[in-house]
Design a protein around this ligand. Sequence first.
Ligand code: COA
Length: 387
Amino acid sequence: MRRVAIIGVGQSHFGELWDLSFRDIFLSAGVEALEDSGLEGKEIEAMFVGNMSSGRYLAQEHIAALIADYAGLAELNVPATRVEGADASGGLALRQAFMAVASGMHDIVIAAGVEKVTDVGSDAAMDILSSSADREWEWFVGANLPSLYAMMARMHMEKFGTGSEDLAGISIKNHRNATLNPKAQFRREISMDVALNSPFVAEPLRLFDCSPISDGAAAVILADETTAKEYTDKLVYLAACSQASDYLSLQNRTDPITMSAVVQASKIAYRQANVSPDEIDIAEIHDSFTIAELIAYEDLGFVEKGKGKEMVREGRTEISGELPVNTSGGLKACGHAIGATGIRQAVEIALQLRGDAGKRQVEAEKGLALNIGGTGATAVVSIFEVA
Ligand code: COA
């Protein structure tokens, strides 16, 4: 396999983007990534786009062709492929691009993600988002995404003594980080009091335990090491990008508070990148709900099972801590534009490792991103490094 590097990154603002169309949102991220890389565009050999549900949000399918057309790549006949894995769609697109470059099939590939969610109302958005769980065994009997994560949270609380304050601590951290990110949806700090007194969405999860409904897009340009060196001397390598699956519905998992796909994908990624969890300096972790971030601390091997709460209580994942997590604000406060999220995480880690993260810059040489679909039936773990 060839070494793969990131040579350009771009991201739209995340949030309720009423004044922008689906294609405009994508284009803002794509153009930024091209400008960042110094490419003209004609050098792109292939494109992979993560998107969960444009058919239901916008009644528009065939979006990879649409985007290639709108981005000026159609006249070059560049192959463009849509990739779907619920809110892991972006991570999967990154993995497809990674494999295309690592294998030698292509030298320069764009991996992108885009979702326009807010054109439908909250109820419809919840319905569509919850189709990432098992429609027949979960959603038809009333279990939507927040309630499934609520069950996981309750089990974690009962078994390990995790408290509502621990979950709120994750939300407070991510909101604080988002104040430093000009592209984030919510750029305001919240207090423990505000978090713990926000309304229940699905008990024990409150409003501030949930990621919001967001529109947005992100793009990264990957190249093999030799080609990458022609464009930049600030190389960030994608050292691993691994994927694993788990049972779709919670009821089939022997342990619903261990995300086996995360455990498995991370083990493969650590092995491929030849690093151990304690060597990771920074992480972007899929916090669709605060409990997801806490469980991921454990399943990624940063802390023993059941001790995720200690990471919060000891401030270890704060921006000033030993392992800053979600410096972007995470899904909770930067926003969760479903198919774009996995790519948006890669953008953040690349900016941090390059030293281009502005006010939220931390010292880091190795970074990790975890993007999951639904309650964890799909997991993508990527490891980034500067040397
Ligand atoms: N966190 C913080 N504030 C939020 C928020 C969130 N997750 N969601 C909405 N808000 C704010 C809005 O900005 C708005 O504030 P304003 O009155 O100051 O403008 C207010 O709350 C009401 O917004 P509204 O859009 O009416 O909220 P809602 O009640 O329709 O939706 C949730 C709130 C939590 C139900 C919705 O965000 C949700 O479904 N989140 C989970 C999404 C999900 O399942 N994702 C899949 C993950 S796998």
